[in-house]
Every structure is written in C-alpha cells, then in structure tokens.
Design a protein around this ligand. Sequence first.
Ligand code: ZN
Length: 533
Amino acid sequence: MTATQTLEKQIARFAPVEIAVPDGALAGAELDVLKHIIQAAQAMDTLFMEQVWTGNPALFAKLSSDTSPEGRARRHYFVINKGPWSRLDHNQTFLPAEFGVPEKPGQANYYPADATKEEVDVWIGSLKGEAKAQATGFFTVIRRDAGRKLIAVPYSVEYKDKLAPAAEHLRQAAALTAQPTLRKFLELRAKAFQTNDYFDSDMAWMELDAPIEPTIGPYETYEDEWFGYKAAFEAFVTLRDDAETKKLGVFGSHLQGLENALPIDPKFRNPKLGALAPIRVVNVIFTAGDGNRGVQTAAFNLPNDDRVISQKGSKRVMLKNVQEAKFQKVLVPISGVALNATDRSKVSFEAFFTHILMHELMHGLGPHQIQGGTAVRLALKDTYSALEEAKADISGLWALQQLADQGVVSTQIAETMYTTFLASSFRSIRFGITEAHGKGIALQLNYLLDKGGFTVNADGTFGVDNTKIKDAVAGLTRELMTLQATGDYAGAQAMLKSMVVIRPEVQRVLDKLTSVPVDIEPNFVTARKLLER
Ligand code: ZN
C-alpha cells in the first residue's frame, strides 16, 4: 500500500456526511444573525489550531500549498485532526519524517515549547493569590518575558488579532437579533473576548431562550494534558429543536412517578426529586475548533466555571442531527454485521435518541446518598463513574418500558429500543473499555447475555430474547442501584472485575467491523448556504 492509500484508509474511518437543518427549521431563525455567528465561529478553528501546537499555522500553510493528491489527502486529514497527529491512533503523526513533526506536545501551545512540566509546576507553586489564580486559570497562556521568566498572558492579549474580528461579528449579530436573551449573550461574549472575563457571558448563556442557541468561546481543557487548566476555543452554532424539547417536558412530568416505581427496595427511593438540570436538544449548523476535531462531539455539559455552576447549574446540550448522522453512518452498518436479519430491521433512530435523552434524565433518579448522608460518589470511589453510566443506560431502558406501558412513549420505540441498544453497545465498545462509558457498556452487555436477554446465534450474530429482556433490564437496574444505595464498594469492585471484559463472542463481532466507519466527518451545507448569502 502506498503512503497515500494508507492515509486514505485512515480518513475513510470518518464517513462524510451532510450536516444541515431543514429549510423549515430556518424559517423562524434570523438568517443574517446566524451568518455573523458562523463567521465568528470560523475564527475558533484558527484559534484552536494555534492552541494545539506552535508549529500548526506554518505546517497548515505548507500543506495547503501542495495540490497533489498526496498533498490534498494530508491537508484533509490535518483538518479532521486539527494538527499532524491522528487522534484515533494514539496521536501518532500521519506525516512522513521529512516534515519533522515531533511527538504531540502534552503542554500544547499553552506553555512555552522549551519549558518542562516540572519547571511550570515549581513556578506555579511559588505563586500566591491572584497571581496563582491567573497562572492556573482557564483563560491565560504561560509565556516567557524578556528575562525568560514565566508569566501568565491573558487570552485577550495573546489572541487579540483573532478575537477582535470574532467579537465584531458577535456584536453585529447582537445588533440584528430580535431575541433579547440572545442579544445579551452575544454582547457579553463579545465583551469577554476583549476583557478576558467570561463570567457574565457564561451566566447569560445559561439564560438563553431563543431559536438560535450558540456556544462560542474557550471551554474544555482536555488539550492541556499537563495540568488540565487551559480552555480550548470551540463553537457550536445550533438551532433549538422545539419538538424534542417538548418531549423532554413530557418526560420531566413523569420522573417522580418513575422514581416511585424503581425496581429497588422502597426505602431506597427518593420521595422528592430535586429540580431538573436544564437539557437542550438542538440541531447543528456549524461547529469549529475543539468542538470539531477527531470524533465529533454529540453532547456537552457546560459551563465549567464553578462560580457559574454554583449559581446557575450547568446545561446539557444534545446535538440531535449529529447523533442522527452517527446513527446512519455507523450504527446502521454495525447492526448489519452484529445482528441477525430479524433484529436488524428493529433498529431505529427514534429509539436511539429517545434512550439517550432518558439516559440523561435517569442520572437524576435513583440513590445519590447512602444512609448517613455520604454521597454515593464518595462511597464508591473509582468504581462510581462506570456504575453510574451503566445505571443511566439500563434504568433508561427500564423507564422507557414503563412509559410505553402507560402509553406515554410510542410502541414503535418500545419495539425497537432493546435491539437498538444492543447494536449501539457494539458502537460504544469499539472505543475501548478503559473509560467509564466503555466499562458501563461491557458490564451491561455481559449481564444481559448471562440473563438470556441478549443471545448469540449459531452464525455469531446477536439478538434479543423478548421473553427475557424486560426482567433482565429490571434485574440489573436493581443490582446497580442497590450497590449505590448501600455504598457497597467491595461489591462494586467485584462486579466490575467480573463483568468488564470483552468476551470472545463479542470480540468476534468487533473483528468483523474493521471496514465500518468509526465516526463522521461533517460537511456543513446549511452553514455554507448562509455564508453565501
Ligand atoms: Zn451519562
């Protein structure tokens, strides 16, 4: 295989897909407002690329000037990864040695390229008060002054040339919109780009109530592999999905009833559920920066500023059309390999997405404290996250069955949700079983196989046994919630140890999935149309 063919194969793991909203959805939106927000969002791509590695801007220019098929493939994969390292392949570079690409720097471009982690750590340790807050803050980079001493430089200074035009587009959008909460957010976010104080605009983002729901600015800290302090620029330009939002409202009104019926000892049920954290269902028009690299973001929880969270909570945003694209391009092909012919026809996006919504809601149900008031999180320590993710999944299925029995959820969802969940398990497990979601999925898959709810056919495909699946789902819901209610750390450890494995029958299916895409590469057709206006 030639180098270009190898590269094309790496790229093919991301299935190209058009990300659009139906024309009808745009009717209520303000098109020129959207256009300016998209233009501001485009700056987040450039900013993020600069944050990933100091060598990125020059390398990107070099790759862009090579119009040979090989050059175009390199540029293409660079854009997917926002740098010369393949994020799906443990950040190995995909460029040949002559490009002189180093290993992906753990400090990104947040700390000086010639600094060591120890040097920065010692320096931060020597600081106090406001100086320390600045050095460890979300919105500063660490640089050297003329005397080579480390200093904290605000984003508003470091990235001034790119933030100023972005702020200008946000102001123009603010001037054009008729939506007061949107105007407030856009104005305050534009101001934050120049003052470096994001608090007021984060608060305004929590109060957004408009058809256009933009998220733009520095947010997640994953790219800072040294300390996790520094926020990466990203943007999600989206439209609120009112039909799904209404569905959430309906589910919300049934949550206490579900809690009261949980298949656990009644003394573990919560007689009075707290207020719901806000959830927004949106459709993406454009994403950029940290929100559009490697595997695509399908949902996020923001902001990360503890001061905002303590006053306003945080908001969960679900990107419906992105989830649908992943469903069509990844989940459907997986079900073609993993499921038998009968079950394959019972895989539906409706069930897939409704279960994801229910998963989010179910995080709020079930035991959160053990007797005596200790938080379950503290009692279950390192086992907590995997168990909590598995709980939200499995009790989500249990809850949907309850709602289907009451006629709240359509029978179509009830008839397809177990098969859809089975296919979706294979999608998740492909990403590995080292983090909480993967562990939770392995646990559920193996439990449901042991209880006969899921079955393995003679040809190696998987199926659902409708006579056993309901009891198996209720049984696992009970076991997980009881471990949580009693804070049974040893029991949780034992369960994870025996159940978080990839069994041979599962591995055999995974081995057959090598040519199925891992994720999607979005082509923002609606955004392009708007930009051409
Ligand atoms: Zn979750």
